[in-house]
Design a protein around this ligand. Structure first.
Ligand code: TYM
Length: 332
């Protein structure tokens, strides 16, 4: 059976971008057609300035939301990255496979490192090695497919490169993974700045829909979305990014096609109204289920404990094999 791995980083509240780019498909498709693992990748949250209590809180919230959105722990494996030592163990071995040159070229390192320096902060070494840890997440499980939004493509490419390089040098050890993306909404844009990605930690929250936003807030944010100067509803992401973004969001929620939907609308107002309704309809059951689950933290703990046990068992043979292949003496 095909193996799938993907993850969410607890650096902020989960957004509609996370949902449409990743989580929605994990729930609807991936968990049913593969042996799938989904992780709250908390070690990755330590690569930038962080507040320890907040990371802990967001990790629990992310796991709760993943369940609320419909991941079924009887069907897939849901766990917290730091509960499974194999990720950090393998990351070191892959650091011995990667070069500093290829890591310095990673766009996220350049962007986030640049932002930290501009704010007078130092850049953590773990920000540079971030994609190596991500490669370890993926390669530890013999992953075939990594369902992610478009922004993660370069990272998955690096995981592929490291797998191929390691296999060539030390013998076949890792499955070479590939990224998969949703057909629409692979890159949901900020509603106030439709040329940049809707991210968890964008400076202002006005253009970001959080999965736990109150319904009236969601409605307001969509009705106030920046559109373009034209009048006609057309799907053209380059020249009309604001409208294209709304069409993509609406398509992802309703299963339609953005080009076809464009023909249905005669005004931006009508498009916004229907998009707001579709998003609210999508998020309502998630909010309700989240409230129920959050009231029972013991249940979340039990799911995560079982998930980590399963993940450990799945990762250990591959990580042990990598240790042997690269030349480390097995412990007896
Ligand atoms: P993260 O936490 O930023 O995002 C989680 C998932 O949501 C997708 N996503 C989006 N998709 C469409 N439009 C958006 N605006 C948008 N924002 C986020 C992301 O592409 C991702 O699929 N490095 C990863 C976490 C990670 C990981 C892994 C993923 C660590 N190890 C191994 C896959 C496999 C990240 O920061 O995702």
């Amino acid at each position: 059976m095909k193996r799938i791995f993907s993850g969410v980083k607890p650096t902020g509240h989960l957004t509609l971008g996370n949902h449409l780019g990743a989580l929605h498909r994990w729930v609807e498709v991936d968990q049913h057609q593969a042996d799938a693992l989904f992780s709250v990748v908390d070690l990755h949250a330590l690569t930038v300035e962080h507040d320890p209590a907040r990371v802990r809180r967001l990790s629990r919230q992310a796991a709760t939301l993943m369940l609320a959105a419909g991941l079924d722990p009887d069907v897939c494996t849901l766990f917290v990255q730091s509960h499974v030592d194999e990720h950090a163990r393998l990351s070191y071995i892959l650091e011995c496979t990667a070069t500093d040159g290829e890591l310095r070229r990673v766009i996220q390192y350049k962007e986030k490192g640049g932002q930290a320096r501009a704010a007078g902060q130092s850049v953590r070494l773990s920000l540079l090695t971030y994609p190596v840890l991500m490669a370890a997440d993926i390669l530890a499980y013999g992953t075939d497919e990594v369902p992610v939004g478009e922004d993660q493509t370069q990272h998955v490419e690096l995981a592929r490169d490291l797998a191929v390089r390691f296999n060539q040098r030390y013998g076949h050890t890792f499955t070479v993974p590939r990224a998969t993306h949703p057909t629409v909404a692979a890159r949901v844009m900020d509603l106030q700045d439709p040329t940049s990605k809707m991210g968890k930690s964008h400076a202002s929250g006005a253009g970001i829909i959080y999965l736990l936003d109150e319904p009236d807030v969601v409605h307001k944010k969509i009705m106030r979305a920046v559109t373009d100067s034209g009048q006609d509803v057309e799907y053209d992401p380059d020249s009309r990014p604001g409208v294209a973004n709304l069409l993509e969001i609406l398509s992802a929620c309703t299963g339609g096609n953005p080009k076809e939907l464009a023909g249905v609308y005669e005004s931006y107002g009508a498009l916004k109204k229907d998009t707001a309704e579709a998003v609210l309809e999508l998020l309502r059951p998630i909010r309700e289920r989240h409230a129920e689950l959050a009231a029972d933290p013991g249940h979340i703990d039990a799911v995560l404990r079982k998930g980590a046990e399963r993940a450990r068992e799945m990762a250990r043979p591959t990580v042990d094999a990598a240790y042997r292949a690269i030349g480390l003496l097995p412990a007896v």
